[in-house]
Ligand binder design. Structure first.
Ligand SMILES: NC(=O)C1=CN([C@@H]2O[C@H](COP(=O)(O)OP(=O)(O)OC[C@H]3O[C@@H](n4cnc5c(N)ncnc54)[C@H](O)[C@@H]3O)[C@@H](O)[C@H]2O)C=CC1
Length: 358
C-alpha cells in the first residue's frame, strides 16, 4: 500500500478500467459517475491495511463491509473477478517491488478478506433484507437548504440511537450517501433524517429540493458505533455541529427512554442563529428533562463550537460524543483530550466516511 501511495488515483482508475473491460456484466452494479466510488475502494484497502495486525478490528470492519455490499447486489462469485483486477492494477503500478512472493501474499490476503465479507453477507441474509424501501411521509424544509425528512420503511428496521444508514434516491441510482438517524427508534417505526443540500451534492440536493411525500427511497443496513454506553451512569457531553445535531438528538431520546438520571450537556453549534434549525426541538427536550442542558453556540471568530466547552465543565468524568463536519470532529477530539477526557471515552463516526458522504 505504501508503494502506491503517490499514484493511488491511477491505480484505482486502472483497476475499474480492467474490471469493466474484462467483466462488463459487473458495470451495472456501479453508479454512472464513479468518482466517489474510486475513493471508497482505496479507503477500504487502506483501512484493511491499517488494521492488518489487529484481527478483531479488521474482522469487524470487513464483516460490516460485506453486509453493506448486499444492497449493491454483490454476489460471492463477483469477488474473484475483483481480486484478479486488483492484483493486476497493483502489480502494474509497483513494478520494482512486485514479485512472486508479493503476489502470493496479496492473493492470500484478498482471499481472506473476501471470505470474511462473503460469510458475513451470507449470515446477514438469514436475518435481514439486503435493503429496505421507505416512503417519504413528511418533508419539512427548515431553512433554505436543510430539510427534516421522515420515512416509513416497508419492513421493520431495527437500529440503535446514534447509528447511521445509507440512502439511495430514485433520481441518482446506485449513489448511496450516509445519514444519521435523527431520533431513537420510535413505536410507529418511522425514521427521520436531517439533510443539508451541499453545493454539487447530488443526493443531498435531491432530498432537500426534489423529494416529496409519497416518493420512495432505499435504505441500507444501520451501522456505526456512536451509541450510548448504558453500562455506566457517567454524564454525556455532546457536541453537534450543523446537521450533526441529528444523532445527538437521538442519543438524548435514548437516555430519556432508559430512564437514567444521567446529566447530558449538549452544545449545538451553527454558523448563524438562522442555522440553528432544530433549536426549538432541543429546547423542548430540555424543558421536559431536568438532567438535560442545551447550549446554542453561534460561531464568533475565532471561537467555534469545540472552544465553547472550555468555558464550562469540568468534563473529565464525562463520556463525549461528537457529530458534525470532519474539521469540527478533528478539532473537537483535540479539545476534549486536552481537557482530560481519555480517547476511549470519546465517540464519533469515522471521519473518512463523513468525507465520502459529502
Ligand atoms: N454522525 C455525524 O458525525 C454526522 C455528521 N454530519 C456532518 O455534519 C456536517 C454538517 O454540515 P453543516 O450543517 O454545513 O455544518 P457547518 O459547516 O455549518 O458547521 C457547523 C458548526 O460546526 C463547527 N465547525 C465547523 N467546522 C469546524 C472546524 N474546522 N473546527 C471547529 N469547529 C468547526 C462550527 O461551530 C460550525 O458552526 C456535514 O459535514 C455532515 O456530513 C451530519 C450528521 C451526522
Amino acid at each position: 500500500m505504501a508503494g502506491i501511495a503517490d499514484v493511488a488515483d491511477q491505480v484505482t482508475s486502472y483497476f475499474y478500467a480492467l474490471l469493466f473491460v474484462r467483466h462488463p456484466h459487473l458495470r451495472p452494479l456501479f453508479p454512472a459517475a464513479m468518482d466517489a466510488q474510486r475513493d471508497r475502494l482505496l479507503k477500504a484497502l487502506l483501512t484493511a491495511a491499517e488494521h492488518i495486525d489487529n484481527t478483531p478490528v479488521l474482522v469487524d470492519y470487513l464483516q460490516n463491509l460485506g453486509r453493506g455490499h448486499r444492497k449493491y447486489g454483490t454476489r460471492p462469485e463477483h469477488y474473484p473477478a475483483v481480486g484478479e483486477c486488483l492484483i493486476g492494477a497493483l502489480s502494474k503500478y509497483t513494478p520494482g517491488a512486485w514479485d512472486a512472493e508479493t503476489e502470493a501474499a496479496w492473493v492470500r490476503t484478498y482471499t481472506k478478506i473476501s471470505q470474511v465479507m462473503i460469510d458475513a453477507a451470507a449470515a446477514d441474509e438469514l436475518r435481514a433484507p439486503a435493503w429496505w424501501f421507505a416512503e417519504i411521509v413528511s418533508h419539512d424544509l427548515r431553512t433554505r437548504d436543510v430539510a427534516v425528512v421522515t420515512v416509513r420503511p416497508d419492513q421493520p428496521y431495527p437500529f440503535v440511537a446514534g447509528q447511521y444508514t445509507s440512502v439511495e434516491t430514485p433520481w441518482w441510482p446506485r449513489i448511496w450517501r450516509h445519514y444519521s438517524f435523527a431520533s431513537a427508534p420510535r413505536s410507529d417505526g418511522l425514521l427521520s433524517f436531517h439533510v443539508k443540500a451541499l453545493p454539487a451534492g447530488w443526493v443531498s440536493g435531491a432530498l432537500v429540493h426534489r423529494a416529496r411525500p409519497g416518493d420512495i427511497i432505499r435504505l441500507g443496513p444501520p451501522t456505526g458505533s456512536m451509541t450510548v454506553d448504558h453500562t455506566t451512569d457517567r454524564g454525556l457531553l455532546c457536541l453537534g455541529g450543523g446537521t450533526g445535531i441529528a444523532p445527538i438528538k437521538a442519543l438524548v431520546e435514548d437516555v430519556a427512554e432508559h430512564g437514567a438520571q444521567r446529566s447530558v450537556d449538549v452544545f449545538y453549534g451553527a454558523r448563524t442563529d438562522h442555522d440553528l434549525y432544530d433549536l426549538d426541538t432541543m429546547l423542548r427536550l430540555q424543558q421536559s428533562h431536568p438532567w438535560l442542558s442545551v447550549r446554542a453556540i453561534v460561531d464568533r471568530q475565532p471561537r467555534r463550537l469545540p472552544d465553547a466547552i472550555r468555558e464550562y465543565g469540568p468534563w473529565h468524568e464525562y463520556d463525549a460524543y461528537l457529530s458534525g463536519p470532519p474539521g469540527m470532529i478533528r478539532s473537537g477530539v483535540d479539545t476534549l483530550r486536552s481537557i482530560g477526557i481519555p480517547s476511549e471515552r470519546i465517540r464519533h463516526d469515522s471521519v473518512e466516511e463523513l468525507v465520502l458522504a459529502q
